[in-house]
Design a protein around this ligand. Sequence first.
Ligand code: SF4
Length: 158
Amino acid sequence: MDTEVGVVFRRQSTIMPETMGRMTRDFLRANDAVEPQEAFHARAARARDAVFGRQVFVRGVVEVSNYCRQNCHYCAMRRDNRQLMRYRLAADEVADLIIHHRPASITDIDIQAGEDPAAVREVVLPLMRELRRHTDLGITLCLGTLSSREYDELRADA
Ligand code: SF4
């Protein structure tokens, strides 16, 4: 499905893995922080356990809109892609689905969209209010770059 292709592209780093590995090693060397990989992983695991404990969080990703005002050439949701069928979900419908029909294992919801301020106003904000009112789900957002006012509104509802 076109939408899924967009999500996959968006979640990928634009930096090649080997370049990322070299950058990480260079950073560690520059900061005199090179240590054996196993020790590094063990230290990361201790930090993770200290913050989150030994729990498993299951995050459900909900893509509420594939409209986007940006035009990143690698992304199927870019604004000039006329082949993609666009959608913006209705807040009340997606709220009902999440509140009453989500899998029992879900502990967190990640609300995503292209960079679409209309979706923030019309879908994300009302959806967050409903989720706050009716569930104890953790909520994360992936909505592109927004204005300070929009971030303030999202924070107020978070
Ligand atoms: S900003 Fe829009 S076009 Fe760019 S990667 Fe995100 S969804 Fe795709």
